[in-house]
Design a protein around this ligand. Structure first.
Ligand SMILES: O=P(O)(O)O[C@@H]1C[C@H](O)[C@@H](CO)O1
Length: 291
């Protein structure tokens, strides 16, 4: 490792080699669990689990609801790796640290990333407890120049100027909608635009109104950097937001949001989310990247 913020190819390779030496699992699918969504790893069979503090180069999780464990295992015959806890920019990590695991996953042979998060809704038709399939994102820190791909481009991972249209795989989104219909949960499933803000504060009312006017359906403090880095290195992406609160948009509204409430709602939908992710993985074709 060169300096706190500069990570080179060998650093990713060192972490990947260490993991490959510790487990027989060779994952094709990676799952990143959002706040309170760590239970997505619970269904994995034949688990091998590693504390982030033991993995070379991995940062530490500091947020409640993010256990800080990497879990390998089998789900419906597919080998998966699951991050029980992600890293956020507001914790003080550089964006290259936030996205460090994604490049390690690439070196492990992962070809599909499922990202999940807890988010607040701006869309008037959304309710607390809704599941939003992410169609697209707005990366506010990215628009302002805070991008994990800043700095020298590592051509071994991808091109200098990666496209960002169509990043959330259309086939997987359609498959997820079909699964939700089959599960009889379509009434609380949405498809929409996620916006990443820096956090750690929740939005002011004026900020919420701005995001609403911009067409944002749900807002959170993660996901976009991981998705950028995954897409840059050719990993297929699918994303889910769990709507844990409605963002306050009115000065007449006395509601306030807090992290404990976010974690409570995450728990409420854990079974449905787990069933959806399991069925999606079971149906997905992980060899030729077509759903
Ligand atoms: O990791 P995610 O994006 O699910 O976490 C959300 C955003 C903040 O970290 C936290 C706020 O409650 O939950």
């Amino acid at each position: 490792m060169h300096s706190k913020d500069q990570i080179c190819h060998e650093d990713y390779q060192r972490a990947a080699d260490w993991l490959l030496s510790q487990t027989q699992h060779r994952p094709k699918v990676a799952i990143i669990c959002g706040s309170g969504l760590g239970m997505l790893a619970d269904g994995l069979k034949c688990q091998d689990s590693f504390k982030y503090s033991d993995i070379p180069g991995f940062p530490q999780s500091t947020v409640k609801g993010h256990a800080g464990r990497l879990v390998f295992g089998e789900l419906k015959g597919k080998t998966c790796v699951c991050m029980q806890g992600r890293f956020h920019m507001y914790e003080g990590h550089s964006l290259s640290k936030v996205t460090f695991p994604v490049r390690v996953f690439k070196l492990l042979g992962v070809d599909t990333l499922i990202v999940t998060n807890a988010a607040g809704s701006l869309a008037d038709s959304y309710n607390c407890g809704d599941i939003m399939i992410i169609r697209d994102h707005i990366n506010f820190p990215g628009l302002a120049g805070l991008n994990p791909l800043n700095g020298p481009n590592d051509e071994k991972f991808g091109p200098r100027f990666p496209p960002m249209s169509g990043v959330y795989d259309r086939g997987l989104r359609k498959m997820a909608l079909d699964i939700c219909k089959g599960m009889g949960v379509s009434q609380y499933v949405q498809e929409g635009v996620y916006c990443m803000v820096g956090g750690p504060n929740f939005e002011s009312i004026a900020e919420a109104r701005l995001l609403h006017r911009l067409g944002v359906d749900a807002v959170g403090m993660s996901t976009a950097p991981e998705v950028l880095v995954a897409s840059h290195c050719g990993i297929r992406v699918f994303g889910l937001s769990l709507i844990t609160n409605k963002v306050v948009k009115s000065y007449e509204d006395n509601e306030t949001v807090n992290h404990e409430a976010v974690l409570e709602v995450s728990k409420m939908r854990s079974e449905t989310l787990q069933a959806l992710v399991t069925e999606l993985i079971s149906r997905m074709d992980i060899n030729n990247n077509t759903a």
